[in-house]
Design a binder for this molecule. Structure first.
Ligand SMILES: [Zn+2]
Length: 135
């Protein structure tokens, strides 16, 4: 489940690929949608599960609440997509391809100068990067 933070991220994740998503509404309710972005025509196609309706919208209309609440939901952090294999996301919003973690080691140093691993534990760093940002 990925929280959508920008329209750019939504475009990348739904480009020619219908994505199941939902808007988290007040009171724990969810409004399910299937969202596809067509990069060539720059149209979004939104299938609204609640009434079976389908909308074809421009990016501008996505941000216009007269057409859909998706733009508002992105601003509130309330739009989520369920994309198989894309559970981890880079800060830029692209699917993550790399994960960096820190591991701390505690070594005992013997009189002979040998290092003996006494203990190790996970650090606080657990960062996800896409191929573009990871370099
Ligand atoms: Zn990135």
């Amino acid at each position: 489940m990925i929280q959508i933070k920008t329209l750019k991220q939504l475009k990348e994740l739904c480009a020619d690929n219908p994505a199941d998503g939902f808007i988290q509404l007040n009171g724990g309710l969810k409004s399910s949608k299937i969202i596809t972005y067509h990069p060539k025509s720059r149209w979004f196609v939104i299938e609204n599960s609640i009434d079976g309706s389908t909308q074809t919208l421009t990016a501008r209309q996505i941000n216009d609440k007269q057409h859909t609440n998706i733009g508002q939901a992105i601003k509130k952090g309330a739009l989520y997509l369920d994309i198989a294999g894309h559970d981890y996301v880079c800060e830029c919003g692209a699917p993550a391809t790399h994960n960096i973690q820190t591991i701390y080691h505690n070594y005992e140093i013997t009189p002979e100068g040998e290092f003996i691993n006494e203990d190790q534990w996970e650090g606080n760093t657990n960062e996800f990067y896409c191929a573009d940002c990871g370099d």
